[in-house]
Ligand binder design. Structure first.
Ligand code: E4P
Length: 231
C-alpha cells in the first residue's frame, strides 16, 4: 500500500515531503481550517510550487454542480500532479456522478471523496473513464466511528475498484497505525494518514515487552507527580 500524508499545514507537508516517507498528499476543507489556511489558492499554489512530483489532492468548495465543474477545471490546471476532490454528493444531497463522469471523460484526475457505502463505490467506479487516473476515497475510519465494520466494506471496495483500470482505492480517515497493515493485507492501493501517525509508523518495531515497560514507567512518573501514598 502506498502511504499519503493527510493534512493541510504547509510546513508539516514540506517536512513530510523531504522525509521521503510518503508518496502523495491529501487535503480537505476541514484540514485547511485546522491548518490555519486563509487563502485557498495561495496555499495550494505554494504547496504545488514545492511539491510537484507526487500527487496532491485539493477539494472543490462549491455546492452548485456547474460551479463545481468550473472549480474542478481551475484546480486541475494548477499542476499535472493535482487530483481534484469531488464529494460524492452536494450539500442538498444531489448526486455528483454525472459531474464525475464529465470530468473524468475530459481527462481530469478526480479524487471522489466522502464515500461510505458499497453503492456509492459502485456508482463512482461506473462513472470513471478507464483511461483517466482517479482515486476512490472511502472513509474507513468514519465508517467505524459510526459503529460499522469497515473491513468488509474495504474488502468489497478493492474488488469493485479492480474492475476499472486507473481507479485506485484510497483508504481515507485513518484512525490507527494498524489500519496501514489492514489496508496492505486487503490490497488497497493507497492509505492517507495523519503526519503524527506516519512518524510513529516509521519508528515501529518496539517489542511488546519494551512497550509494557514503557507503560509501567509512564504510570510510575505520574504516580511521582501525583505524590500519592497508599500506605
Ligand atoms: C482525506 O482525503 C480525507 O478527507 C480524510 O482522510 C478524512 O479524515 P478524517 O475522517 O480523519 O477527518
Amino acid at each position: 500500500v502506498k502511504i499519503f500524508a493527510d493534512g493541510a499545514n504547509i510546513e508539516e507537508m514540506l517536512k513530510m515531503y523531504e522525509s521521503g516517507l510518503v508518496s502523495g498528499f491529501t487535503t480537505n476543507p476541514s484540514l485547511m481550517k485546522k491548518g490555519g489556511v486563509t487563502d485557498y489558492k495561495k496555499f495550494s499554489k505554494e504547496v504545488l510550487s514545492k511539491i510537484s512530483e507526487v500527487p496532491v489532492s485539493f477539494e472543490v468548495f462549491s455546492n452548485d454542480l456547474e460551479e463545481m465543474y468550473k472549480e474542478a477545471k481551475e484546480i486541475s490546471s494548477w499542476g499535472d500532479n493535482v487530483y481534484v476532490k469531488i464529494p460524492i454528493m452536494t450539500i442538498d444531497r444531489k448526486s455528483t456522478k454525472d459531474l464525475i463522469k464529465k470530468l473524468s471523460d475530459e481527462n481530469i484526475k478526480v479524487n471522489v471523496t466522502a464515500i461510505y457505502s458499497i453503492e456509492q463505490i459502485k456508482e463512482t467506479v461506473a462513472a470513471l473513464n478507464p483511461n483517466t487516473k482517479a482515486y476512490v476515497s472511502v472513509f474507513a475510519g468514519r465508517i467505524s466511528d459510526a459503529g460499522y465494520d469497515h473491513m468488509p466494506i474495504m474488502k468489497e471496495a478493492v474488488k469493485i475498484c479492480s474492475e476499472k483500470k486507473n481507479a485506485l482505492l484510497l483508504w481515507a480517515s485513518t484512525r490507527e497505525i494498524y489500519n496501514i497493515h489492514q489496508a496492505n493485507e486487503l490490497g488497497v492501493d493507497i492509505i492517507t494518514v495523519p503526519n503524527e501517525m506516519i512518524y510513529k509508523y516509521s519508528k515501529r518495531g518496539t517489542s511488546l515487552e519494551e512497550l509494557s515497560y514503557q507503560t509501567v514507567k509512564t504510570f510510575a512518573e505520574d504516580i511521582e507527580k501525583l505524590g500519592f501514598k497508599i500506605l
